[in-house]
Design a binder for this molecule. Sequence first.
Ligand code: HEC
Ligand code: HEC
Length: 173
Amino acid sequence: MTSSYRVGYPIITSPYRMLAIAALAVTFTAVLLERAWAGGHFYPPVTDPLVREECGSCHLAFSPSMLPAASWQRMMRGLSNHFGDDASVDAQIASRITRILVDNAADAGGRPYGEKLLRGVTGASAPLRITELPKWVREHRKVPQWEWTHKDVRTKANCLACHAGAERGYYGD
Ligand code: HEC
Ligand code: HEC
């Protein structure tokens, strides 16, 4: 009896181990889901290597879902004077970047948070700054002036200074 129990022991533990592993997997998934949820709204980040390189060297490569298509078209036409900088690229590269930005724009469809960010904006006005969208301004109304001018922030466009998840598309932390 005793010996057969001993022989059986490892066999009966294995389902328990499997259960334990399954439980771990479930917990891990729950943690990921919770993080995604806690991270707030999702603004798909730029994945295209060309756009990341050309539009991510001076600042975060902003999510195309944060401005309407008309804004990106207007911006791409004026890159030689881009907020005082020359950000121009050759015509072929510009048209590729424009297509990616436009295809993923806030009003391209299927970008619920981008659409919300455009509340109160008329497409025709083609705003060039995310940081001047009425909803963006409202979301940041509680940020005190000293934070904007802090040496680690300096500009509202420095999303990463306050949003550690910005490159992954999360702005809730
Ligand atoms: C040579 C540097 C440089 C490059 C390259 C560059 N930018 Fe900019 N960009 C700037 C500067 C400077 C500002 C103004 C930042 C500020 O207000 O602090 C800016 C601001 C912006 C803003 C507005 C941010 C806000 O205030 O909401 C957007 C959107 C933007 N850039 C998109 C792009 C895109 C798209 C590309 C690629 C085609 C690009 N940038 C490439 C320098 C650059
Ligand atoms: C000085 C710090 C600071 C900077 C810089 C900053 N934010 Fe925020 N942002 C906040 C705070 C604080 C909140 C409100 C509290 C919260 O939701 O975490 C917020 C909220 C938001 C929200 C709403 C939350 C959500 O998940 O929808 C978005 C979107 C956002 N910021 C985007 C941006 C973008 C894009 C930039 C850069 C162009 C930026 N922020 C720059 C501090 C900052």
